[in-house]
Design a protein around this ligand. Structure first.
Ligand code: DAH
Length: 316
């Protein structure tokens, strides 16, 4: 009987052959089904039952054979787990990237949204809109790389605050992050460095909101219960008043951490914001400098050297 025959088959090829002889174009079942119109109702029901039964039988036999083949293959393979693995050098996240992630996460948790901008900037976004017209002496505070067409390599991420206010308007709570460029080079300054710019403009933002956010930020970033801050008056063309923030490091020396201030009314006006209705603060700091402090790295230039031996010696 066909059913018995199916159950005895051991190979997939044989099974397929038999299947074709039953369900193929001229297969026995195919022919019988074609003839169905000549059958009585009872005979039809019986044929349908037989058809279903045979198909299921073929299917379950196929699964069974496949499993047997697989099990035999697995039994033939052996995995020697006692062999020593070759040591693999694993990549790690660079300290700069690591601190960038941490800083962004903290600022985002304070409600600042992250923005970027072009590294080649025009004069308007890098200087003029920031209340630093072409004759302004403050341009000399930053040794700028000029491009032949009059554009500059962005000297400060403050350009991002202008771009974001221009496109999104106020109220706004944002930070810009990216590389900046200046003609300088020593242990704590490189020609390229990472800067972060924060901006918070609304109807009743004050300098003490700024100090509160900076304190909370530093506590989180350096994992400290308390930070001692020193707020010094300073000068930036784009803020009035302007301050510089120092932080007591290891309970002994003061380190300059960032520049900040209340955004100058001229800057707001240049970005299409009415300074009689809106005010707020901005701050800017070198994110590589914060990484140096946090991970205790002696020379900023090493951060950009990508020397794996150095990275390892710093625990990365
Ligand atoms: N752009 C300044 C610099 O490069 C940093 C800075 C100072 C940014 C004060 C600010 C600010 O937004 O309010 O030195």
């Amino acid at each position: 009987m066909l059913q018995e025959k199916i159950k005895k088959i051991e190979s997939l090829e044989e099974l397929q052959e038999l299947y074709a002889s039953v369900f193929g174009k001229n297969g026995t079942m195919t022919m019988r089904l074609k003839d169905m119109k000549n059958l009585s109702n009872d005979e039809r029901a019986e044929l349908n039952r037989e058809n279903t039964e045979l198909r299921e039988l073929f299917k379950s036999r196929q699964t069974k054979i496949e499993n047997t083949v697989l099990n035999a293959a697995l039994a033939g393979q052996k995995l020697d787990v006692s062999l020593n693995a070759e040591p693999k050098n694993r990549g790690t996240i660079h300290p700069l990237t690591q601190s960038l992630y941490e800083i962004s996460k903290i600022l985002e948790s304070f409600g600042y949204t992250r923005h970027t901008g072009p590294e080649i900037e025009d004069d308007w976004h890098n200087f003029t809109a920031l209340n630093t017209p072409s004759y302004h002496p403050a341009r000399d505070m930053q040794d700028t790389f000029f491009l032949p067409n009059g554009n500059v390599m962005r000297t400060q991420t403050s350009a991002i605050q202008v771009r974001t206010m221009e496109t999104q308007g106020v109220p706004i709570k944002m930070f810009g992050i990216g590389s900046t460029y200046r003609k300088e080079m020593d242990a704590t300054h490189g020609p390229m460095f990472g800067q972060i710019e924060g901006l918070y403009i609304d109807k009743d933002i004050t300098l003490s909101d700024l100090v509160g956010d900076i304190r909370a930020f530093l506590k989180r970033f350096f994992n400290l219960d308390n930070v001692d801050l020193r707020i010094r008056p300073s000068y930036f063309p784009f803020t009035e008043p302007s301050i510089e923030v120092d932080m007591k490091w290891n309970g002994e020396k003061w380190l300059e951490i960032m520049g900040a201030g209340m955004v100058h009314p001229n800057v707001l006006r240049n970005c299409g914001v009415d300074p009689d209705k809106y005010q707020g603060f901005a701050f800017g700091f070198g994110w590589d400098r914060l990484a140096m402090l946090k991970y205790n790295l002696p020379d900023l230039r090493d951060l950009y050297g990508n020397d794996i031996r150095w990275l390892k010696s710093c625990g990365f």
